[in-house]
Design a protein around this ligand. Structure first.
Ligand code: HEM
Length: 139
């Protein structure tokens, strides 16, 4: 019999993912340097649900109904004018929230994912590298 390991998403669980996202946004929205980025979102409940679904999928969770319209992470971040220091701050606050909300082992694994995705956002949105470029590949 083959043993299947539950995905990170399933180990954390959907409700807990949503709780982490809620706690994260409570910090982001009132943050003096990052809060303004989110002021134009009109349906915040929908936004948080999309972010939770995104993380569920990114951490390997099975999803029957994918978010519609499709998650467009790069397209949505391009117009925001995010700078390197904004991204770093975002990641620090995300890590802080994970540490407060989750067991260390799960928090570390989720943070690894956030750092990976964060570095793709940096390459494409901040450094304007083409989508296909590979990390560590000389240009
Ligand atoms: C300074 C850092 C960041 C800022 C200010 C920021 C801000 C935003 C804003 C304002 C939106 C909503 C855009 C819209 O609906 O028009 C958004 C969407 C999103 N962000 Fe970020 N973000 C940051 C970093 C990140 C990082 C590091 C991740 C993932 C690791 C991430 C994941 C997402 C996702 C999945 C969406 C949803 C895209 C969609 O609805 O299609 N963001 N972000």
């Amino acid at each position: 019999m083959t043993q299947q390991t539950a995905s990170l998403a399933e180990q954390i669980g959907r409700d807990q993912i949503r709780r982490v996202i809620n706690a994260f946004y409570q910090k982001l929205l009132v943050h003096p340097k990052l809060g303004h980025f989110f002021s134009s979102i009109d349906d915040f409940e929908n936004h948080q649900q999309r972010i939770s679904d995104f993380w569920w999928m990114a951490m390997g969770g099975p999803l029957k109904n994918r978010p519609e319209p499709k998650i467009d992470m790069i397209g949505k971040h391009f117009p925001l004018g995010i700078k390197q220091q904004d991204l770093e701050l975002w990641l620090v606050i995300f890590g802080e929230t994970l540490g407060e909300q989750l067991d260390e082992k799960l928090a570390v694994q989720w943070m690894d994912k956030a750092l990976q995705i964060g570095s793709r956002i940096k390459q494409i949105v901040i450094d304007h590298q083409p989508m296909g470029v590979e990390i560590g590949k000389p240009s």
